[in-house]
Write a protein that binds this ligand. Sequence first.
Ligand code: ADP
Length: 532
Amino acid sequence: MNYNAMPPGGLARAHPGTACGSRSDSISGGSVPYLLSLDQGTTSSRAIVFDETGQVRAIAQQPIRQIYPEPGWVEHDPVEIWTTQLDCARRALRDAGLAASDLAGIGVTNQRETTLIWERSTGDPIHNAIVWQDRRGAAWCTAQKDRGLLPTVQSKTGLVFDPYFSASKIVWLLDSVPSARQRASRGELAFGTVDSWLIWKLTGGLHATDPSNASRTMLFDIHEGSWAHDLAEAFDIPKELLPEVRPSSGDFGVALPKWLGGPVPIAGVAGDQQAALFGQGCIASGQVKNTYGTGCFMLMHTGGLAVQSRHGLLTTAAAQPALAPEYALEGSVFSAGSAVQWLRDELQIIQSAAEVEPLAASVKDSAGVHLVPAFTGLGSPYWDTEARGALVGLTRGTNRAHIARAALEAIALQSAELLLAMQADAGQHFAELRVDGGATANNLLMQLQADLLGVPVVRPAVQETTALGAADLAALALGVWESAPALVATRRAAATDRIFTPVATRDWAEEQLELWRRAVRRTLSKDRPEAQ
Ligand code: ADP
């Protein structure tokens, strides 16, 4: 990797090859190297300053507007993405009492798939960003499937046809913005996911992304580690639009001095879920993290092997700290923390999400009650978009505590089923589950998860694993850390908040899973005549 282009104040402070054990005397004449992580999410832009031990020194956050031009459409204002992100970066730096010269570098992590196109000459967007949740590409996806392109897409990109991914959004922009396709063919326009947009703005014109983001576009050959030009051609997407793909930990140019008061190298880039996987220290085959938020996002690292799923999981590029490609299996539970929101907002049996734990803990079990929160259908391993939720097993003695407990069990049971599917696909057992996200504050939920899986559930002290992952990727490139294993070993020694060890028997867990599957079967569309 060539860092010669970086100005003094970038890698000049970092010492490539410095072992982490002796790092404190190695950087900037003894001062601690700080990392600035830019975490651009769906609902807010955030910036976090980490010190070299992974501790948070300052956080700044600003919401971003959700624009809904039509039902099913979701857009963001690209200028707002940029200005909120810059503002947060400046505030976090100020709140940490630091200057640009105190930073070793910047890591970028971002909402994935969200699609932007801008003019190369001016940097002006040609349209709002089309957000990952936006469904306007659904008809295009169906048409591509009808053309018989699914096997190629699946084998090259690891994805399935869904408007979620960037390709259909790019096509919509090229079809809808006057002369966009011609201008794109002439090389006048640039496409990017949010990482590329921020890098372009920060550096004043570097057009780059990393494999973890590229792998969510449906245009990236995850096996070759390069753009699938044949797919781009089949989709009529000019290759001139595409950014350069660089390793997630490496040279992404230098933020211009005007932004933060001095030049700072950008050296880590990864999509949010892959950044969280890295931030959780999952860098080897079989290591898994689960994020418990509104839904659950689960990724299992599969090393250098791109595993094709038999259970409807996606194959994706993991953050790539070195030149060799790394992969993960990815799956999600659609309704997890949202089941707790439902108890709070619709059933109104709790007043805050935190209340669910003491309420659920007030009974020893759910007394045969199961809540299947298939509010928006079921994902892997069922893949039934027409499934709808159910509360089953009610008796005259059922009370709100049983329902609260059933809601927590549903989160843990859905996650367990997905993890078991991953394990079967990858052909290997995982030794522990690393967790993050808002609902991991719930100790009962974490214990249930450990009992169902029969492996320890590890909750880190620093919950900002996504932002930390991006900062760590940057720290590696900058030589703050010698290697990913050295970094992870040090992080893990210091960073665990609590380990939940399984206490239940495997027989109990098997029985719970079987009872759950029975409850799920009652929600599937094929067994509900009204959904046919
Ligand atoms: P997101 O990033 O999807 O907005 P967060 O990571 O912020 O999600 O987590 C918020 C979710 O976690 C909400 O759905 C909320 O209901 C759930 N949650 C928060 N605290 C608890 C708790 N103590 N027990 C169970 N669920 C919780």
